[in-house]
Design a protein around this ligand. Structure first.
Ligand SMILES: [Zn+2]
Length: 247
């Protein structure tokens, strides 16, 4: 059983260097016995990084998961099965994604507060992210309104915590937004998963999420909605950037 260590590691910034053994090679990817690499999912790209046996260092492409975590490399024959590797996740890339991801929680929370709008999709990037909002009445939407509401929170000393909760705990906590949507996700989980990781931005937002986040909202710079796009009935797509990170 391969361990997915990113779930136990919070905050999700500055991921640790770790050693791990090659237990398999599948297609063009290395399978490690344990991994802190975040596999892409939930709108967050996978980590990239470097693995080394002490002599040879090899780049790892965007990590992804099926039943296992796959670490893609250019030359699958570069290391033997059983080799112990030193593994380094690209921290700059991870930290930018953790900042973007945490800011996205706040955008989604404010869209819910202001207009009862649900987040129905998102794709995070290191430079720019997009967030799809679904409105009952999208004529109420105002870029300035949500941008100001989010920026009043960003930079404040507000802790971000993680919990492991059962589906019952999640579905009965009134602070969890969009519970009808969350309930559909919980229904699709395999039976052997009894708890889910829940991310709490104290007093602002609480929702199940397996992504990576900062430890405190004070770490986040101001956000700008650089443009929007109408996405059919009731939906608006926001394109967001964080100051200082969009370069
Ligand atoms: Zn998250």
């Amino acid at each position: 059983m391969q361990e997915r260590l990113h779930l136990n590691h919070h905050p999700g910034t500055n991921p640790p260097t770790f050693t791990s053994k090659i237990i398999d090679k599948i297609d063009e990817s290395i399978i490690l016995d344990t991994s802190y690499f975040y596999p892409r999912g939930g709108g967050q790209p996978g980590d990239i990084g470097v693995i080394s046996d002490g002599d040879l260092s090899v780049d790892v492409g965007e990590v992804f998961a099926k039943d296992l975590i796959f670490h893609p490399v250019n030359d699958i024959d570069c290391f033997e099965l059983g080799t112990i590797l030193q593994c380094n996740i690209n921290s700059e890339n991870r930290n930018k994604l953790a900042r973007m991801h945490t800011a996205q929680h706040i955008v989604s929370a404010m869209a819910d507060e202001l207009w009862n709008a649900s987040t129905v999709g998102n794709q995070l990037g290191t430079q720019e992210s997009r967030i799809d909002l679904l409105f009952d009445d999208k004529s109420k939407f105002s870029i300035e309104h949500i941008q100001n509401a989010v920026n009043e929170i960003l930079g404040q000393p507000i802790p971000v915590r993680t919990h492991n909760w059962s589906a019952d705990e999640i579905m009965t906590d009134e602070r969890v937004r969009n519970r009808s949507f969350v309930g559909k996700i919980l229904e699709r989980l395999p039976e052997d998963i009894t708890t889910m990781r829940v991310v709490e931005i104290q007093g602002i937002d609480i929702c199940p999420c397996a992504g990576t986040h900062v430890a405190n909202i004070s770490e986040l710079p101001q956000m700008e909605i650089v443009r929007t796009k109408q996405k059919g009935s009731g939906k608006i797509r926001l394109y967001t950037q964080l100051k200082n990170d969009n370069e």
